[in-house]
Design a protein around this ligand. Structure first.
Ligand SMILES: [Zn+2]
Length: 233
């Protein structure tokens, strides 16, 4: 069996979405990539989470050709592959229809950074894609969704803002691994919920000051990060 460790990581990241209450039924999917082999492992389509095993993960190449599987891949495979092609540092992609983040996607409104919880993970608002055109929807819809994600980051750094809201659809998140992509999916739901509550309490709430936003993001990320423990390996 190809990529046993990656299959295991992708399975666990998919189950993490369930453990954190982010998915109903078979909604949601996580994938991970082995950059050295150019192969992606992703959840199969429509299989209940409690029936998932490492062997049931689907392995595809970056063009969407299935390399090893008895099952069909998640129908969102083409949407996952496009970020792997355009964001060279990412190692995992997670997609959910989690309640609050999806509400922001449906409102086609970026999630403002109202506090340091958001700033710890996202160096700026979580953006929203453009709507797909009728031709894009009628064409290769899942691939066009991926392209809309990549276009949203023409002027943004996907490593600093590891999530997007697909207009009228739901969030897609990513990170250096499948586990980090799932972690970011959990986090984007949490900040989406808090942003909603913040605006309910005060509709005039202001985004966090740039200085505090930078402070929190940069103490956890980048060359001068100092949050957490020193890595020994
Ligand atoms: Zn979806």
């Amino acid at each position: 069996m190809l990529l046993p460790a990656l299959r295991e990581q992708v399975l666990d990241a998919n189950l993490e979405l369930v453990r954190r209450g982010l998915v109903l039924y078979t909604f949601g999917n996580v994938s991970g990539i082995d950059r050295s082999q150019g192969l992606v492992a992703i959840k199969p389509s429509g299989v209940p989470y409690d029936e998932l095993t490492p062997a049931r993960m689907v392995v595809s190449d970056l063009d969407g050709t299935i390399v090893e599987s008895k099952l069909r891949p998640s129908s969102d495979l083409a949407t996952h592959l496009e970020p792997y092609r355009c964001f060279p540092n990412i190692g995992g992609v997670a997609h959910t229809h989690s309640e609050f983040a999806t509400a922001w996607a449906q409102a086609e409104t970026p999630i403002p950074c109202f506090g340091t919880t958001h700033a710890d993970y996202f160096h700026g608002p979580v953006p929203v894609t453009e709507r797909l055109t009728a031709a894009e929807i009628a064409g290769d819809y899942e691939l066009e969704t991926g392209k809309a994600i990549c276009r949203t980051f023409t002027e943004l750094d996907p490593d600093s803002v590891p999530a997007v809201l697909v207009a009228g659809h739901a969030p897609f998140c990513w990170g250096p691994s499948a586990a980090s992509a799932a972690h970011n999916a959990v986090t984007v739901e949490y900040v989406a919920k808090m942003a909603c509550h913040t605006l309910l309490i005060n509709a005039e709430s202001r985004p966090l000051a740039r200085e505090l936003h930078d402070k929190h993001f940069l103490r956890k990320h980048g060359k001068n990060a100092y949050y957490g423990q020193v890595k020994t390996q």
